[in-house]
Design a protein around this ligand. Structure first.
Ligand code: OAD
Ligand code: ZN
Length: 277
C-alpha cells in the first residue's frame, strides 16, 4: 500500500475542520460473509431461471410475484442477521467517533451492519434503504416499520409461509407491505434515501472515501463525478478489483487507488485520521 502518499493526502485535510464523505458498497460487507451483488453468489433462481439483482430488485418483479421477491429479501435478511461486523465497519465507526459532524457515511448497503456496528442514524445515509424494515406497498403513508421479529430466518429459496404473509402487511391499512429498499425502476428521494443530502456532501466535503462498490447505481456515480470535477478535493478508492471509482481516483490530482480489501486498508486510514484529526 502507498502509505506515504496516503499520509500526505490526509495531511492536506485541515486539522479540526476537514470534512469526509465515506461511500460504501457491498464490498465492505464481503469479509463479513455477505455475498456481493455482482460476485458469484449474487443471482437468485426462480423455477429454472436465474435472475440478476437488476431484475430481482425491481417494483416490476414485486408486482409480478411479491412473495418470491419477499423470499429473496428474507433470505438476505437472515444472512445479514447472522453476519458479524468486520474491522472495516469498525474502522468507519472509529472515523465517526473522531470526526463527528465532519463526516457522513453514505451507504448503498441494505444489510444494516454500519448501524449495528455503531455509526449513528443521523450521520448515516442509507441511500438504498434497509432490509430490516418494510413500508406500505400502496404508500398509504411514508412510515417505515421493522420487519416483525416472528418472521422467520429464511434459507435460500425457502417460501414465505401463510402466517408470515399475514405479518408482512402495512400496520396502518392492512394491505401488502414491501421491503424498505430502493428498486432499480424507482427513483432516489430525500425523505427515504437522503439523496439531496448525499449530493450536498459530494459538493462540499474535502475528501471522498469510496469503499467496495462497482459503481452500478446512479447516485454513487454522480458523487464520484462531482468529486472528479473538484481538483482541490481528495479522492480515495478502496477496492481489490478494478472499478469506475478506481479510474476516477487515478485520474484525480489528489486521488489514490488503494488496491486491497476493506479490512486491510480501512484500519490504516482510520489510524491516520485519529492521530491527525
Ligand atoms: P457490487 O456487488 O456491484 O460490487 C461489490 C464491489 O466490492 C466490487 O467492486 C468488488 O470488487 C468489491 N469488493 C469485493 N470484496 C471486497 C473487499 N473485501 N473489500 C473491498 N471491496 C471489495 O455491489 P455494490 O457496488 O454495492 O442496489 O452494488 C451497488 C448496488 O447494486 C447495490 O446497492 C444494489 C445492487 O443491485 C440496489 O438494490 C438498488
Ligand atoms: Zn398502508
Amino acid at each position: 500500500m502507498e502509505t506515504s502518499r496516503l499520509r500526505s493526502l490526509l495531511d492536506r485535510l485541515h486539522k479540526g475542520t476537514g470534512t469526509i464523505a465515506v461511500l460504501t458498497g457491498a464490498g465492505i460487507s464481503a469479509e463479513s460473509g455477505i455475498p456481493t451483488f455482482r460476485g458469484p453468489e449474487g443471482y437468485w433462481t426462480v423455477g429454472s431461471t436465474e435472475y440478476r439483482p437488476e431484475q430481482m430488485a425491481t417494483h416490476f418483479m414485486f408486482r409480478q410475484d411479491p412473495w418470491e421477491v419477499w423470499s429473496w429479501y428474507l433470505y438476505r435478511r437472515a444472512v445479514c442477521l447472522r453476519a458479524e461486523p468486520n474491522v472495516g465497519h469498525k474502522s468507519i465507526v472509529t472515523m465517526e467517533s473522531t470526526l463527528a459532524d465532519r463526516m457522513r457515511l453514505i451507504t448503498q448497503n441494505v444489510d444494516g451492519l454500519h448501524l449495528r456496528t455503531g455509526n449513528t442514524q443521523e450521520r448515516t445515509f442509507q441511500i438504498h434503504g434497509n432490509l430490516h424494515f418494510m413500508r406500505c406497498a400502496h404508500s398509504c403513508s411514508t412510515e417505515i416499520f421493522p420487519i416483525p421479529p416472528s418472521v422467520g430466518l429464511k434459507k435460500r429459496n425457502e417460501s414465505v409461509t401463510d402466517e408470515e404473509k399475514s405479518l408482512l402487511v402495512c400496520p396502518r391499512c392492512g394491505s401488502l407491505a414491501r421491503p424498505h429498499v430502493l428498486w432499480f425502476d424507482e427513483t432516489y428521494n430525500e425523505q427515504h434515501f437522503r439523496a439531496d443530502s448525499s449530493l450536498r456532501w459530494a459538493h462540499q466535503a474535502d475528501l471522498l472515501l469510496v469503499v467496495g462498490t462497482s459503481g452500478a447505481t446512479n447516485l454513487p456515480m454522480q458523487m464520484g463525478e462531482i468529486f472528479s470535477r473538484r481538483p482541490e478535493a481528495i479522492f480515495l478508492d478502496v477496492n481489490p478489483h478494478p472499478n469506475p471509482f478506481r479510474e476516477m481516483a487515478e485520474a484525480h490530482p489528489n486521488g489514490l487507488a488503494l488496491k486491497g480489501t476493506a479490512c486491510e486498508i480501512l484500519p490504516v486510514i482510520a489510524e491516520l485520521l485519529v492521530t491527525r484529526p
